[in-house]
Design a protein. Structure first.
Length: 559
């Protein structure tokens, strides 16, 4: 277990920017206007200056309803239903059904903390002392670009602010999406090779820059809803090749090594967000997923109410020999760490695969498989201090594989090379049956095995079932086999919404995110409607800035 805070990620950014000295007694430390000629910086001073850059990213990711949630809760993998006799529901139901509105808490979290991080970067970049270090400046610009990447993905029509000092009464205007896109790409291109190769936890390094650029290029056509230019996929491969050819990273032999409390030892991590006991907790998945009585499996005693559940339609896609199934999910009878079966009021605690409904009547307390992908520790810890594997080598391999398949090959590499990359990622999940790890080009380019369609049971527990089902299947999804592999590898890792928007349905000119039904979420019958590709701007920020215009399709705008 980690016992010390990650040294506040300070040295990684300031390694060549400052030498830290003991600070003499000062009556006042002024952080709003730090002047190097006034005094030497102590580590405490510098930590106070730079901490918001990092803490904001932790809050973006694991602030309540953070980035990890928003990408999966609106997807076909899992949900947080109304729990009969417990609660939950409300905004989580809206996320699941794609009934997005400007007062969903997820949206506030992302907008607020991302701009807090951007403001922190702008403040430091305006400081003359910071400007003396090319590495510090490059890494801060990298962090700022990462925040803008997240905001662009979620909201698209966003303010672009790159300065710290503004006149009194200043309020930002939204920039055109193309302007924001160009800014992010230009920033990242300009700092390539200037951030350093050290991939210490929390450090924006040269390969993090490659990964953000690759993600930008990978998603360009889907984000702009323009599929006439495939050259961006080649640009994504070029970025990924820099990561692969550095030989700094390798796939961890064990899948779960990437989801331990401390992942700094995993050779797969390109960029990770560090969390630490007492100083930087955040991951609440043990609390959100596990039934309160189920805590006895791990002897953790933090709160737990068993809100979230995996969708049976997704569970049914797994191969029975895929070890990621048991690495990620627990179902069936639950046993305490001491070995005895757990009961609740005399009833055995059995997590069932089948679930009723998102809200009519909802799900009952024992229904649904629970996520155990992130390491759950005893005591009051749960998953609170688990690091975040934001970019890992498996992601790089899958990006390259997807782009090779979309292009039909690139610079001498073929679709078979894409299949080989996916096979490499799968091999650790099929150690007991290695032949099943092999994926062919035909499989990856074929349909999805996901049984898409509306599927809920509106009958109440103990009464007659009332199934409402439709059959849509996944055979008509372009690169559907690859889409399945992305789900098995990256569930609960901030990937799925972005992937579903990028993958399209044959003959419909509609993406999977809008065009398919799952559980209680129905497909959009208007093939031209893409407003759900982005979220509405949060109401609090609309109300506070008359310059903002609400995203199309959401109706509520600043007054």
């Amino acid at each position: 277990m980690k016992t010390k805070i990650y040294k506040i990620l300070l040295v990684s950014v300031l390694g060549v920017a400052y030498s830290f000295y003991s600070c003499t007694d000062l009556d006042e430390t002024i952080y709003s206007q730090i002047a190097s000629e006034q005094y030497d910086f102590s580590e405490k001073d510098a930590a106070s200056m730079f901490a918001p850059v990092y803490s904001s990213l932790r809050n973006v990711y694991w602030g309540w309803n953070g980035y990890c949630d928003i990408q999966d809760e609106s997807s076909d993998l899992w949900c947080t239903p109304y729990r009969v006799g417990i609660g939950w529901g409300d905004l989580y139901v809206s996320m699941h059904k794609h009934q997005f509105h400007s007062q969903i808490g997820h949206l506030w979290t992302e907008w607020n903390y991302a701009y807090a991080g951007i403001n922190a970067c702008n403040k430091l970049l305006a400081d003359e002392a910071v400007q003396t270090s090319e590495t510090a400046v490059a890494q801060l610009r990298g962090y700022r670009a990462l925040y803008y990447y997240i905001l662009f993905d979620l909201f698209r029509n966003i303010p672009l602010d790159t300065t710290y000092n503004h006149p009194a009464g200043w309020l930002p205007n939204q920039a055109e999406p193309q302007e924001v896109w160009d800014f992010i790409i230009t920033e990242l291109d300009d700092i390539k090779g200037k951030c350093g190769g050290d991939n210490g936890m929390g450090q924006i390094n040269d390969y993090t820059v490659n990964m953000i650029l690759a993600k930008m290029y990978l998603n360009h056509n889907a984000w702009f809803n323009n599929f006439t230019d495939n050259s961006y996929y080649g640009k994504a491969i070029d970025e990924i090749n820099e990561v692969i050819e550095s030989h700094k990273f390798s796939l961890a032999p064990d899948y779960s090594s990437n989801f331990k409390e401390d992942i700094s030892g995993s050779p797969e991590i390109i960029f990770g967000i560090p969390f630490a006991e007492k100083y930087a907790s955040g991951n609440y998945y043990a609390n959100k997923w596990i039934h309160t009585a189920g805590r006895a499996v791990w002897n953790f005693n933090g709160w737990a109410t068993g809100g979230s559940t995996v969708l049976p339609q997704f569970l049914n896609t797994y191969d029975k020999d895929d070890s990621r199934y048991t690495s990620c999910w627990t179902l069936g009878q639950q046993y305490a760490a001491s070995g005895e079966a757990i009961t609740v009021d005399g009833e055995p605690l059995i997590y069932t695969k089948e679930i009723h409904s998102i809200d009519n009547p909802g799900c009952y307390p024992f229904e649904g498989g629970r996520l155990i992908k992130y390491e759950i520790l005893s005591g009051d810890f749960g998953t609170s201090y688990d690091d975040v594997p934001f970019f890992r080598l498996a992601d790089a391999y899958m990006i390259k594989a997807e782009c090779l398949l979309r292009l039909g090959g690139y610079k001498g590499e073929t679709e078979q090379d894409a299949a080989n990359l996916v096979t490499q990622v799968r091999q650790r999940a099929f150690k007991n049956n290695p032949s099943k790890a092999i994926r062919t080009v035909e499989q990856l380019k074929g349909g999805s095995v996901y049984a898409y369609g509306h599927r809920e049971n509106q009958g109440k527990m103990g009464e007659e079932d009332k199934w409402i089902t439709t059959t849509e299947g996944g055979e008509d999804i372009e690169l559907g086999g690859l889409l399945d592999d992305l789900a098995w590898e990256f569930v609960a890792e901030h990937h799925r919404r972005q992937d579903l928007i990028r993958f399209r349905i044959k003959g419909k000119s509609q993406n999977v995110y809008n065009g398919k039904s799952w559980f209680c979420k129905d497909a959009d019958t208007d093939l031209t409607d893409i407003h759900c590709n982005i979220f509405p701007i949060p109401k609090d920020f609309m109300d506070g800035n008359m310059n903002l215009v609400q995203n199309p399709g959401y109706g509520d705008s600043a007054q």
